[in-house]
Design a protein around this ligand. Structure first.
Ligand code: ASP
Ligand code: MG
Length: 430
């Protein structure tokens, strides 16, 4: 009998420690009748820690090795708790760490992003080795797959763009034969490779996207993201009270909200699923029997208000120096630069002599963008702003969202209000 193919994604929080990994094993036991492709992230916070290693190496601060050692020990300790006595997994993960140690012995590479991907990718490689080894000890025979043998990207490090045709071909060639074995497949989220076999990454939190790429290429019946929340909520519970779970959501709602900072799902996840009409479940690994949220192509027009807050926004005000109008050729030049820097523009507005853009303020991208513009324009940047997006808004909610905040830019279209705000202390009469 042909088994049903499902793609599961487990994020860093679900693999945080031995207890959580055992919990994942327990969840998987309920799916032995299915064919699973299991995509795992690095263990909780490992990617952040590896970023620090990269930075320390780039700056030659002298503590890169010690920071790496910490990451290594964290994994060894975990293995000590999961496996009894000696186990081949120690050698496997040691080999991975040795590769990073070699990088540290050399001068930092001039291309930071390249170096980043070669080092940070270790998080997923190691966690997938551990999960794979663990499943085999609990009678869930599984195969380990190197996602870099399947997902091909262009040469842009830290934000590789998937080359779909080749990726589909490679999935056919590499994964299809593995599926014949009737065993689970464990692979890594987040990482991919260039045509020259250099490791790339898909952008922070990219493991959801990886799972969607596999779902697409293998025509999965469904995809499930296992999270520490009961499903997709109407707002971030760390920021808002009285949030509720959405039982059902259309692809369109999901993509709109995630694009603007709802952190539950990586925004790139929806498109491959929508294109093949593969439903997405968001479920809780803490309460795996809960219904979670079901995301599909169905259209439902009666949604409660939903709020997404995206931090670290920069508002870039670009104006002509000589009072000439901002014309098409200016805008075209600005957009050419935006594409070059792969900036994400969240909102924009133009007036006679200026053009305002709200964008994600990542690394020094916005500064480099502004520097280029400076030859032709006057550029002002306002930073540390928040972008608040409200779908299906109600006026009273908007008022409370604005409390203690100054609205620098606001836009309303049909169901959506977006505002770029700056926190200001509320003055109170003494
Ligand atoms: N480990 C990567 C990150 O933390 C990818 C992911 O978790 O989705 O960004
Ligand atoms: Mg994650």
């Amino acid at each position: 009998m042909k088994k049903i193919l499902k793609v599961f994604k487990f994020g860093g929080a679900s693999l945080r420690d031995a207890e959580r990994i055992r919990n994942v094993g327990n969840i998987l036991k309920d799916y032995v009748a299915d064919q699973l492709v299991i995509v795992v992230s690095a263990m909780g916070k490992v990617t952040d820690k590896m970023e620090k290693v990269v930075q320390a190496h780039a700056d030659q601060t002298g503590d890169a090795s010690a920071l790496l050692e910490e990451v290594k020990q964290q994994h060894y300790q975990l293995c000590g708790e999961l496996f009894e006595g000696p186990h081949e997994v120690y050698d496997l993960i040691n080999d991975l760490f040795v590769e990073v140690e070699w990088i540290l012995e050399e001068e930092p590479h001039e291309n930071y992003d390249y170096m980043y991907d070669q080092m940070v990718s270790i998080g997923e490689l190691v966690s997938s080795r551990i999960v794979h080894a663990y499943l085999n000890t609990i009678d869930l025979p599984s195969q380990w797959l190197d996602a870099r043998d399947v997902i091909l990207t262009d040469n842009i490090f830290r934000e590789g763009w998937v080359q779909w045709e080749e990726t589909e071909e490679r999935a056919e060639r590499t994964v299809k034969p593995m599926l014949e074995k009737n065993e689970f497949i464990v692979t890594q989220g987040f990482i991919a490779s260039t045509s020259e076999n250099f490791t790339t990454t898909l952008g922070r939190e990219g493991s959801d996207y990886t799972a969607a790429i596999f779902s697409f290429c293998l025509d999965a019946e469904s995809m499930t993201i296992w999270k520490d929340v009961p499903g997709v909520l109407t707002g971030d519970p760390r920021l808002f009270e009285n949030v509720t779970k959405l039982d059902r959501l259309s692809y369109k709602e999901a993509i709109e909200m995630t694009y603007y900072g709802a952190k539950v799902i990586h925004p790139k996840t929806i498109k491959p699923l929508q294109n093949k009409n593969i439903p997405l479940y968001v479920k809780s690994f803490i309460d795996p029997t809960g219904d979670g949220t079901y995301i599909s192509d169905e259209v439902d027009d009666t949604y409660p208000p939903m709020v997404a807050v995206e931090q670290d926004q920069a508002l870039v005000m670009i104006s002509t120096r000589d009072f000439s109008f901002v014309a098409e050729h200016h805008i075209s030049y600005i957009f050419q630069l935006i594409a070059e820097f792969r900036l994400q523009v969240n909102m924009m507005q133009n007036t006679a002599i200026s053009f305002v853009l709200c964008m994600n303020d990542i690394d020094d991208k916005v500064d480099r963008f502004a520097e280029k513009l400076q030859d032709q324009f006057k550029v002002l940047i306002d930073r540390e702003l928040e972008l608040i997006t409200v779908r299906h808004y109600q006026q009273p909610l908007l008022e409370t969202l604005k409390e203690g905040r100054m609205v620098l830019l606001e836009e309303r279209i049909r169901k959506t209000v977006q505002m770029v705000v700056k926190k200001v202390p509320i003055m109170k009469r003494k």
